[in-house]
Design a protein around this ligand. Sequence first.
Ligand code: 13P
Ligand code: SF4
Length: 410
Amino acid sequence: MASGSFVSLDELQRTSRPSTYGPGASGDVRPPRSAAMARQQPLPEEYRHLSPEELDRRIGEARAALGQRLVVLGHHYQRDEIVKHADFLGDSLKLSQLAAGRREAQYIVFCGVHFMAESADILSSEDQIVMLPNLTAGCSMADMASLPDVLAAWDQITARCGVDVIPVTYMNSAAALKAFCGEHGGIVCTSSNAAGILGWAYEHGRRVLFFPDEHLGRNTADRIGLDQAEVTVWDPRRLAESREALDAARLIVWKGFCSVHERFTVAQIAGARADYPGAVVIVHPECRREVVQAADASGSTEFIVEAVEAAGPGSVLAIGTEINLVNRLAAAYPDRTIFCLDPIVCPCSTMYRIHPAYLAWVLDNLMDGRVVNRIAVDSRTAGFARIALQRMLDVSAAPGTARERMAAVA
Ligand code: 13P
Ligand code: SF4
């Protein structure tokens, strides 16, 4: 299936109504209680009728005219029609490093989701402007941990276990949660550095509170050799049970998940192996633990791209991640058999909200000297969040983490 045919622009417009979503909100789950609502204004009528060729022409013209003043960053899950306009593609870690390093760009247009654009704003300099083409591009997993719920959890966990707890937030979280980690001796991680970051956390405290992805937490525990008996789940809807289980826990994982990656199953892996004996199965670590255990390798989106490249002609690769990336890899490497583990197409519906019409609209406005859809994190939040993000970048730059990441190519 062509990646351009999942949802029409009209459908996107309808589901991008201003009242529907907030920062980081996907609409798939309840919106965060603490966040002020972001407003995606309706796309001007003319953009709804422009042909793909005209959208490409406008985007290309604006990029050429803005030159080095503009950088377009794209996450690997973006649709092809966006990817072709990105100056850089990457996973969350690589894109955050790029955002921190491209000081010459006055404008950073982030083709990804809300938490990524927030992180880019926090890591870029004060005079750089970050824009997200569609403000309703959130992440349903990020929405599963709100600041009030995390504050309540923190109070109860530290009351019961003492203060020797390090908070670690997955990149897929609101800036306020990154700030909470920065303010409480904690750190951010991404799927490509989670093991090294957890290792760092245990150098600084006996227990770790990890949010919002239960599966990444459990899978990372396996990577660092932590016994699953020492992992417990914090469910904000089951506080009494969550508290009871704390005493023996070294890793407390939040009950959150990615609706795209939870679709992958061990049965799909068995099916792929039956159909293609010798197939190599690679999944994202947001998949359930049993799926990661059954796979041959797991890693971030960048890791998956590199692993497919390294696999060589003739290889068969069954991939457990978002379909835009899998389809793109299949098209880029026709000499390999590459397919998605899930036979039913599973796009990240919020990544998909970055349609070329929104990108053209943002860039046309820039050409006219107007900034629309700016992502600007308030200075107090940004200050503490930067501490947690910078700790992550520093730990990721240390040699041990890189080695650990490469160890997954087993
Ligand atoms: P990566 O950091 O692996 O790109 O993951 C981001 C993400 O949201 C995966 O669902
Ligand atoms: Fe969020 Fe899942 Fe989409 Fe990644 S794939 S942005 S975790 S909803």
